[in-house]
Design a protein around this ligand. Sequence first.
Ligand SMILES: [Zn+2]
Length: 380
Amino acid sequence: MVRLPHPVRLRRRGARRRHCGTEITSRTGARRRLPRVISLRRPAALAVAVAAALAGLGLADPGTASAERPAAGRATVNDKHVIAISVDGLNPRALKRLGRTGTPNLHRIIKDEGAGTVDARTQLEMTVTLPNHTSMVTGRRIKASKGGHGVTWNDDKVTKTVQQAAGREVGSVFTGVHEAGGTTAVYATKSKFWLFERSWPKAVDKNVIEVERNGAVVKALLADLGTAPASFSFLHLGKPDQVGHHAGWMSAKYLRAVAKMDKLIGRVMAQVEATPSLRDNTVIVLTADHGGIPGTRNHTTRTHRDNYRVPFAFWGAGVTHAELYALNPDRAKPGRARPGFGAAPQPIRNGEVANASLDILGVDPLPDSLWNSAQDLDWK
Ligand SMILES: [Zn+2]
């Protein structure tokens, strides 16, 4: 009798097939879907799916199935789900100003239920969007000559890949999950986020870019959580940054934008809690790319505390309710400071998202990554 090689992984493979196809949304909001080309884009997935079907009939050729497994030495993704959420331009001062009433869900994640802190740090070299998000998904610093990812631009006009920026191969949470047999999805509200799919086209299974449409990307995420949740989902909510540039950080409009993002995040949490298959194995990892200086419309001064202080939190299945630094004696709360690369211990940084997410999913850290490369950031 032939046994299924790994039931959990087969289920994930099935999920990936349903995930195939990349959604493209133009600036005008018109949407089209690329044709599903499973045999071209996901040859391994198809082969494993066929092997799984044959195995179910007792007809599997074990040699065929094992040939499609991840390379020896790589961990195989477990059955958990990670939803990484980045709230663009979220200055933790907003949580204090709005309080529990104004931001109940961010409070649940960061303070009331999850393992969180409002004293994490951005990247040292820059406090702008795309470089910091690239650090979140690669676990690398920015400066290419020091092993960083090299993404120093912050617009959608540069069409380079991360590999071209770095001058070498650069892995990401997407490639890590993918090589371990899992699935990935990106939901983002700025067109510059095409960088991820452009850089790791085989590892980003689904890419939803809805420019300045935060509700729309959350809706897409919720739909996928209901049908075929990815192992790793990355949600970017851009409205606080957008409003901050227009009306100023901590302005009434900015605070309203943060409160609105809180409601959207609450919808994600509610769906996780209401879905039995998600409730017991989903973790939200929340952070921000940078803050912004109150009363100004910018966040580019990397040495300003209002720019470099961000939240970092875990919430969900298996997460201990604690202050995140209390759970992590090998990280040091930085007070008002901006510790450098040589500081020991290091503060918790937004660039820890990639290796922390891989850790939750049972996958090895990314080769040559820097932040949380020992996967020693604890959430329980
Ligand atoms: Zn900005």
